[in-house]
Design a protein around this ligand. Sequence first.
Ligand code: PEP
Ligand code: CO
Length: 454
Amino acid sequence: MPHWSRESWRSKRAAHQPAYASEADLSRTGEELSSLPPLVTSWEVEALKAQLAEAAQGKRFLLQGGDCAEQFDECTAGAITNKLKILLQMSLVLVQGSHRPVIRVGRFAGQYAKPRSEEFETREATTLPSYRGDLVNRTGFTGVERAPDPQLLLRAYERSALTLNFIRALVKGGFADLHHPEYWDLDFAQHSPLAAEYHSLARRVVEALQFMENIAGVRTGEMEWVDFFTSHEGLHLIYEEAQTRRAPGGENWYNLSTHFPWIGMRTADPDGAHVEYFRGIANPIGVKVGPGMTGNLLTQLLERLHPHDEPGRLTLIYRFGHKKISECLPRLIEAVRSAGKSVLWCCDPMHGNTRYTADGTKTRHFDEILSELEQAFAIHGQCGSYLGGVHFELTGDDVTECLGGARNLGDSDLKRAYRSEVDPRLNYEQALEMALLIARMMGRTNAAKNDAVV
Ligand code: PEP
Ligand code: CO
């Protein structure tokens, strides 16, 4: 392998990087970011890697979710708490269904940069750079707001630190205590058609916990609170490089802006700058793969990113769409098997199922998302591999961005509360319903395995 350094990606083609007016300003900001403290530690990163290694073997299940793009304006106590609440509620449901510990990873505290299919956006006679996430520019349609601004790298780092600080304080203070799932109830969810099913399940978990504690005669230490890890797409390489540090006294380099960065589908070129950067960091990493990923390309990615087959190192987050998964997934499972590598398979049923309504609103339908997931479980069952996680775009808020679900949202409902600037998210109820349905699927898989053993 050629020599790697924090900067070696700079000699490769870096797709989806903004064009800044002043390279000097950008590099000054990069230096400032490098001098600021890291957001996470290498011990946490290694702890997550160990958990992901167990998920790859079927001993844990990964739940990864959050906004498509975080927004600076939504860095509020309410929005952050709601995101934690929905992830906690979903994970409780998944623990019940899978009979395994669930690893909770948020798409937060750094999910501020977006790849865009169009470099420019035109409205009437005006053409301006596309919005690329709050890390890069602003949503408003003026030249000033759309100009990439290096100062936003610092603002994004600060917002990420504020988010993480609040999450850590909530978790440490007992908010995530499994004995008290009532802390996670959302006011507007009381009237949800799913409330009763969720509450009876939560009661069963608390009872099971108390039962175990009565038997053991101690309060269950490790289970009193649950970990939260962070993840984001490692897209903006100046930002990622600036937070890349060597662990004290160690040889390894870590990206300490997040525990679990991933390479987006549009930047997963084996010869590109993103793969070059990611190959040298010791974090567990994800790679998004879609219908264009061939067995041959995947083999090259495995050679570069996963040469030592280190447990927990690589998660393949696939997003084919409900119509293509049956054709695409088996060939990638086969490619990984022939390469003799082990990976964690994670299904992102959102990004392959994006569509537009008649008036041009970007949306996704609950039933198509569910269909991709159902097929994913079935295909892994047939291929003898294991679906170890799911990846969702969701929010704890009461938005109307995706169609269908328990309240059967239709095209005309989308106008009511469409708040995403980029991709449509499952709202609170749709996300919880999805978790209940996945738990059922996993329950069936467990039952089938037990029958086979008997
Ligand atoms: C995303 O996760 O928001 C995204 C851009 O996904 P993908 O790289 O899979 O298209
Ligand atoms: Co998205």
